[in-house]
Design a protein around this ligand. Structure first.
Ligand SMILES: [Zn+2]
Length: 487
């Protein structure tokens, strides 16, 4: 039948995801967006409130200048245009976490427009206030059997920057990587704690799919509540799969908001997606337009550090690190800072060797720990790497010394001296004797190496390594074996 054929044709269509992100960033100001209440995380509920952030009648908002400053810094870091005059609007909706009945946000004239980070274009960045936090009480919170929720207004009014990207991402993995770049950038400029678990960085995704090769956009859904990098990728993958299956089956995708449930990995409809006009946006009558003067913009620019993407390019370009290693360091500024301090501590520092040893150092520190907080100083670390490079100690001994540095700190040269880890070289004669012993202990292997079978080298080198407890240099052992066999 015709219908059957149509379905089978659809089943062969390959769909490509089209993904845009909306990121809410809590700004690390001292006080809230429109009142003087201090920001708090983890304080007892409702201890940071005032008539203004509780939305009591007769109160007026005052814009937090530090939040504006941070908003401009974000815009500059993302290459956006800063609007000389932007406007706050009221976004009207009813929900228990919004005592005023509206959120003060920005609508048609945001603070920042356009820009790009990595491969992704930025649509806009605007300032707004956070809603209060709803706490859903468990069984103990039930009254007359009804489920109850409480409101903690400490969070209500926290300054937020909302960053909206263009739909430039084409896979869940790309979305996750890009969000990581954004987080690194925001952390480097110091405007936010950017902690997804604590909610200071929250990411929603707009997802649609379209047949590969098509340039039209399909109907998109909005995914909420993906509060970790893993969940973001999981949620997007599940939604791409769901939409592709619908289209293959000839069903439409509905425009709606979906809630991601981390425990099941499933998406459930939250509400049909609102249109902007549902919010009855209108200009906030209690605030004059926000003026970003050239002086304010220059002050923000002056505070921008070297951004992680620029740092990664410098590490790869000027220092010659492999691109991936350069990114690994530059995207964690604490690693990049330590690396640069170590490089500065060595007159003839070898960036590539130092970067490779940074990897080893990171593996030995506790998960995610900042090396600056460890017992290893950049200077000691640099000295250790130099000793290995100069073959004063073997690579294996270097790892041992690094372990001791991590455990108790100290001076690498002193540790090498104390532990007798100095390299045994041909010069002092000791290594030559061990190599001779290795050849004598395994005449078969020696004969095979002489005959050109280099695989037989393994047991001979292993013998020397064992005898010298890893203090000999591998290349040096190789050279001596060849020399003694006359090849
Ligand atoms: Zn307040």
């Amino acid at each position: 039948m015709g219908g059957g054929r149509g379905a089978s044709v659809n089943a062969e269509v390959q769909y490509e995801p089209v993904i845009g992100l909306e990121i809410h960033v809590q700004l690390k100001t001292r006080t809230k967006m429109f009142c003087g209440c201090e920001l708090s995380f983890g304080d007892p509920p409702n201890t940071h409130t005032c008539p203004r952030c509780l939305g009591l009648a007769g109160t007026l908002p005052v814009v937090n200048a530090q939040a504006v400053h941070y908003g401009i810094m974000i815009g500059l870091a993302l290459g956006s245009q800063i609007a000389p005059r932007s406007q706050f609007h009221r976004k009207n909706y009813f929900y228990p976490d919004l005592p005023k009945g509206y959120q003060i946000s920005q609508y048609d004239v945001p603070l920042c427009s356009g820009g790009q980070l990595g491969e992704v274009r930025i649509h806009r960045v605007h300032l707004e206030e956070d809603a209060a936090k709803l706490v859903h009480l468990g069984a103990s919170g039930r009254i007359h059997g009804a489920q109850r929720s409480a409101v903690d207004f400490n969070r209500g009014g926290t300054p937020l920057a909302e960053i909206v990207t263009e739909p430039d991402l084409r896979s869940a993995e790309a979305a996750r990587e890009w969000l990581s770049l954004l987080r690194t950038t925001l952390r480097a400029i110091g405007v936010s704690d950017v902690n997804m678990e604590e909610g200071s960085l929250r990411c929603d995704a707009n997802v649609s799919v379209r047949p590969v090769g098509s340039s039209e956009l399909g109907t998109k859904t909005e995914l909420k509540n993906m509060n970790s990098f893993r969940f973001l990728a999981q949620g997007i993958r599940a939604e791409v799969e769901r939409q592709s299956e619908l289209l293959r089956a000839g069903q439409p995708v509905l425009q709606e908001t979906l809630h991601f449930d981390p425990s099941s990995g499933r998406l459930t409809p939250l509400r049909s997606k609102e249109e902007a006009h549902d919010y009855r946006y209108f200009p906030e009558p209690d605030l004059v337009p926000l003026e970003a003067t050239p002086e304010m913009i220059e002050a923000a620019r002056a505070q921008l550090p070297e951004l992680p993407s620029a740092r990664a390019q410098r590490f790869a370009g000027a220092l010659g690190l492999p691109a991936e290693r350069a990114r690994d360091l530059a995207f964690r500024s604490e690693l990049a800072d330590f690396f640069e301090a170590a490089l500065a501590a060595t007159p003839n520092g070898e960036p590539v060797a130092l970067a490779n040893w940074m990897q080893t150092l990171v593996e030995r520190l506790e998960d995610g720990a900042d090396p600056a907080g460890s017992l290893v100083s950049p200077a000691a670390f640099a000295q250790l790497v130099a000793m290995v490079s100069e073959k004063a100690i073997s690579r294996e001994a270097g790892r041992e010394v690094l372990d001791m540095l991590v455990a108790q700190g100290g001076d690498p040269a002193a540790i090498v001296e104390r532990e007798g880890l100095g390299a045994i070289s041909a010069d002092d004669g000791g290594l030559g004797d061990v190599v001779a012993a290795a050849l004598a202990s395994d005449p078969d292997a020696a004969e095979q190496v002489r005959a050109g079978n280099m695989k037989a080298m393994g047991p001979l080198v292993g013998y020397v390594m064992r005898e010298t407890k890893g203090r000999a240099d591998g290349a040096e052992i190789n050279r001596l074996i060849r020399q003694q066999l006359g090849i």
